[in-house]
Design a protein around this ligand. Structure first.
Ligand code: ZN
Length: 224
């Protein structure tokens, strides 16, 4: 709808057709701006009639365009509210982002599998979405000693979240949790360079299936 015909040669052709009373629909197809610009320049009685028809059609077209636009805005608002109700939240409220996903370094045998949130030991850690705890314990909840005390939660649509290096685990495997519910206190256990929460989004309960957690949260309406 936003494309306008601007070539002078095409405009001239359109004016000629409109003056002959033949081109109303063609002119309207070229956009309403044309009709508004040129209506005043027309002088002969025949042309007045033609230009009135053009103006009328342009007006109708503008109204349709407005309706289409309103519908698009409405649809967009619906999408935004749907994202809100997906109910993913940050695992900690206040933090500094430290090591990021896929970062290389001496701390990790492979690339870094999660996002680190630097927080003081004892910071409240929250479930990132509704789900069921599937792992909770020392030794990374079974994923290995590097993670220290860790939790894995199973969510809808084959998504899992993992929380590691915790000082205190406050849920048990099998327990249902809701988004934002306190599940642990952060810590510095396992292979950790300092107090922080290591957070992963996985496609299975196990190590090795992580995806970029920050990108994931952002696509689910969470500002990180
Ligand atoms: Zn980490």
């Amino acid at each position: 709808m936003s494309k306008r015909v601007t070539k002078p040669s095409i405009r001239t052709t359109a004016v000629a057709l409109a003056a002959a009373g033949l081109g109303a629909s063609l002119v309207a197809g070229a956009g309403s701006a044309f009709a508004a610009e040129h209506a005043a320049a027309v002088t002969s009685p025949v042309n007045v009639t033609a230009s009135a028809a053009v103006a009328n059609q342009a007006d109708v077209q503008a109204k349709v365009a407005a309706q289409v636009k309103a519908a698009a805005v409405k649809a967009q608002a619906k999408t935004v509210s749907a994202q809100k109700s997906a109910a993913w939240v940050k695992p900690v409220s206040s933090y500094a982002l430290s090591a990021s996903y896929n970062q290389g370094g001496a701390m990790w045998a492979h690339k870094h599998s999660g996002q680190d949130f630097a927080v003081p030991v004892g910071t409240v850690v929250k479930a990132a979405a509704d789900g069921t705890v599937v792992k909770a314990g020392p030794n990374g909840g079974g994923d290995g000693p590097a993670y220290g005390n860790a939790i894995v939660i199973k969510h809808a649509n084959g998504t899992y979240s993992q929380y590691a290096h915790l000082s205190k685990i406050q849920v048990n495997a099998g327990q249902k949790v809701s988004a934002g519910q306190q599940i642990a206190l952060s810590g510095n256990t396992g292979n950790s360079s300092g107090p922080h929460l290591h957070f992963e989004i996985r496609t299975t309960p196990n190590y090795g299936s992580a995806v970029n957690p920050v990108a994931f949260l952002r696509t689910h309406g969470v500002t990180i």
